[in-house]
Design a protein. Structure first.
Length: 234
């Protein structure tokens, strides 16, 4: 006797669902791999930025940019994790000769244990500098509840969590370039800097895809075993 209609329909639905979820994860892995490849390619040479805006070069491109740090108006990006430890990333404005201002991510500092006791990010260098780093986007939060723009009345440095560039520009009182620069590990005036592309490694997406496809195979095997049982006369 053949398997019941509802059981067969359920098996078809589950196999289709598991296959589509696996294909979705595989595609996400391919997209992430393209991002990681771009990150690797961007390290091959340093491109002098000159008078161009940071968003006029490819994402993750290593660039050199000239300007003066503004140590009096810095931001601390909250909820930044390094090797499982909570902390902050330090964003310092760099005022360029062409009048533009770009935020330099000077690296990661550990959480002090109290939000009212922020780490010291004093920077005494106010002379013109040439810094090298990668063009990057601001970190983004997966959930809106994780976002907290900097408070206008709070003292500097201002604490913020996954802000938009327009929010930072508004508090700073000056327009900011749409991308930031991740300061190279060899550059002075920085903290812990272990830069990598945003998100998880592509191999994790591919492993999730294989898991979903395995679920589809298991559902099909169970349907076949149930079919054989019902086919054997009692």
């Amino acid at each position: 006797m053949a398997p019941s209609g509802p059981f067969t329909a359920l098996t078809v639905v589950l196999c289709t669902l598991f296959f589509l979820l696996g294909r979705w994860q595989w595609h996400r892995g391919e997209v992430r791999q393209a991002i990681w490849d771009r990150f690797t390619a961007g390290a091959e040479q340093v491109l002098p930025l000159g008078a161009r805006a940071v968003d006029e070069v490819p994402l993750f491109q290593r660039i050199s940019v000239v300007g003066r740090y503004d140590p009096d108006h810095q931001f601390l990006l909250d909820n930044r994790i390094d090797q499982g430890r909570p902390g902050y990333e330090v964003l310092t404005p760099l005022q360029r000769p062409n009048g533009r201002t770009v935020l330099i991510d000077r690296g990661w500092l550990p959480f002090t244990g109290f939000h009212d006791r922020l780490p010291s990010v004093v920077l005494s260098d106010r002379e013109p500098v040439t810094v090298t780093g990668r063009a990057a986007d601001l970190p983004t939060a997966g959930l809106a509840s994780g976002r907290a723009p900097p408070a206008a009345q709070a003292p500097w440095p201002k604490l913020t969590s996954f802000p938009t560039m327009s929010q930072l520009s508004s508090v700073l009182g000056a327009p900011l370039e749409p991308r930031i620069v991740l300061l190279d590990r060899t550059e002075p005036n920085g903290y812990a800097r272990d830069w990598h592309p945003p998100g998880i490694e592509p191999v994790r997406n591919w492993s999730y895809a294989l898991q979903w496809w395995c679920f589809a195979v298991v559902a099909l095997v169970l349907w076949i075993r149930f079919s054989l049982r019902r086919a054997v006369p009692s």
